[in-house]
Design a binder for this molecule. Structure first.
Ligand SMILES: NC(=O)C1=CN([C@@H]2O[C@H](COP(=O)(O)OP(=O)(O)OC[C@H]3O[C@@H](n4cnc5c(N)ncnc54)[C@H](OP(=O)(O)O)[C@@H]3O)[C@@H](O)[C@H]2O)C=CC1
Ligand SMILES: CC(C)(CO)C(=O)C(=O)O
Length: 300
């Protein structure tokens, strides 16, 4: 099996390292030739749980990549870059290829819905990863990759994902992609905007009565839009659990704002605001957070 990862950021480097470790042929497709050259010279260095591993992994700039030769394509770019990437690779995309999307938020589902490939996986990662340089990634929090078929069950996709499953990189198949994405969306909408606007770490939300109450308000607005009537208590406990497990993390939205980078606001908050409007549901807290993050981004 030949896999290609698109995007040499934190998740792209992490996925490349673990797919390589699983014995699967992997090529990392980067935005710049500079990063591809650095990776071909130095390989990927993975720091995980006190151990450092260096792996020789082939890399190529996406423009030059023989996309048509891949059995599997893993999309590891931010949600707002996905449309450009899909347009870039469209002429080389083949229908038999397995495609795996790993974005946070929801807007990438629109991209997946445009594709004719029968084998599409929608996944979320509860791993933490941080790119330290063009070739070095730190596995900052061990989690798992949960995924589900976007269309009906594909044995080809299951076979490929099973090959990736390892003791230190657990890959779990779930029944519903909506459940996989919504469960992560609830976590992201509860934690990311509040931490981004107040500048606190994830765990600090639980230490403040006011912040925890605000998070609860956001949660209640978001969960009423869930398509499948989920168990409120289980979903709320999950949000609290992620706050605890990642208590020392700065959320990705906070890090993006601090670095004056675009956030994934639209795919998380924007998606919910649009969904609420289409259903005539009032979500004032989420609407406020959406506007506030948007303002911060405009002022860069
Ligand atoms: N980091 C984490 O711990 C987690 C991230 N996620 C999700 O994973 C996704 C990826 O996040 P993350 O890896 O952190 O993001 P990064 O910003 O670290 O990486 C994104 C990468 O995409 C590359 N890219 C952008 N446009 C193109 C293009 N046209 N062609 C090729 N490459 C391109 C960027 O290249 P360049 O560097 O040259 O700009 C960058 O290397 C996001 O949706 C995020 O929410 C989910 C769970 C955890
Ligand atoms: C789980 C959490 C909130 C960890 O920080 C995350 O996904 C993010 O920061 O985007």
């Amino acid at each position: 099996m030949k896999s290609m990862i698109i995007g040499g950021g934190s998740i792209g480097l992490l996925m490349a390292a673990y797919i390589h470790q699983a014995g699967v042929d992997v090529c990392l497709c980067t935005r710049t030739s500079k990063q591809a050259d650095a990776l071909n010279a130095d390989g990927v260095t993975l720091h995980a749980e006190g151990i450092t591993k260096n792996m020789s992994i082939h890399s190529i700039q996406l423009d030059q990549a023989p996309i048509e030769e891949a059995d599997m394509l893993v999309f590891a770019v931010k949600s707002y870059d996905l449309h450009t990437v899909m347009k870039q690779i469209a002429p080389k995309l083949k229908q038999h290829q397995v495609l795996l999307f790993l974005q946070n938020g929801m807007t990438h589902v629109e991209e997946a819905s445009q594709l004719e490939n029968p084998s599409i996986g929608i996944g979320t990662l509860s791993h933490g990863a941080l790119r330290e340089s063009a070739t070095v990634v730190r596995h900052t929090g061990v989690g798992e990759l949960r995924w589900a078929n976007y269309h009906k069950s594909s044995s080809f996709l299951t076979e490929m994902m099973t090959q990736m499953n390892q003791e230190d990189f657990v890959v779990k198949e779930e029944n519903s992609w909506q459940e996989v994405l919504w469960s992560k969306l609830l976590v992201n909408v509860c934690i990311n905007p509040l931490t981004a606007l107040t500048g606190v770490k994830n765990g600090d939300i639980l230490a403040s009565v006011e912040l925890k109450q605000m998070m609860r308000n956001v949660f209640e607005e978001a969960i009423q839009l869930h398509p499948r009537n989920p168990d409120y208590i289980i979903q709320w406990e999950k949000v609290l659990q992620v706050c605890k497990q990642t208590s020392q993390n700065q959320s990705s939205m906070l890090v993006d704002l601090r670095n004056k980078r675009r956030t994934e606001r639209d795919s998380i908050l924007g998606y919910l605001v649009r969904l609420a409007q289409s259903r005539n549901v009032s979500i004032p807290f989420i609407q406020f957070l959406d506007q506030a993050i948007r303002e911060r981004e405009h002022n860069f």
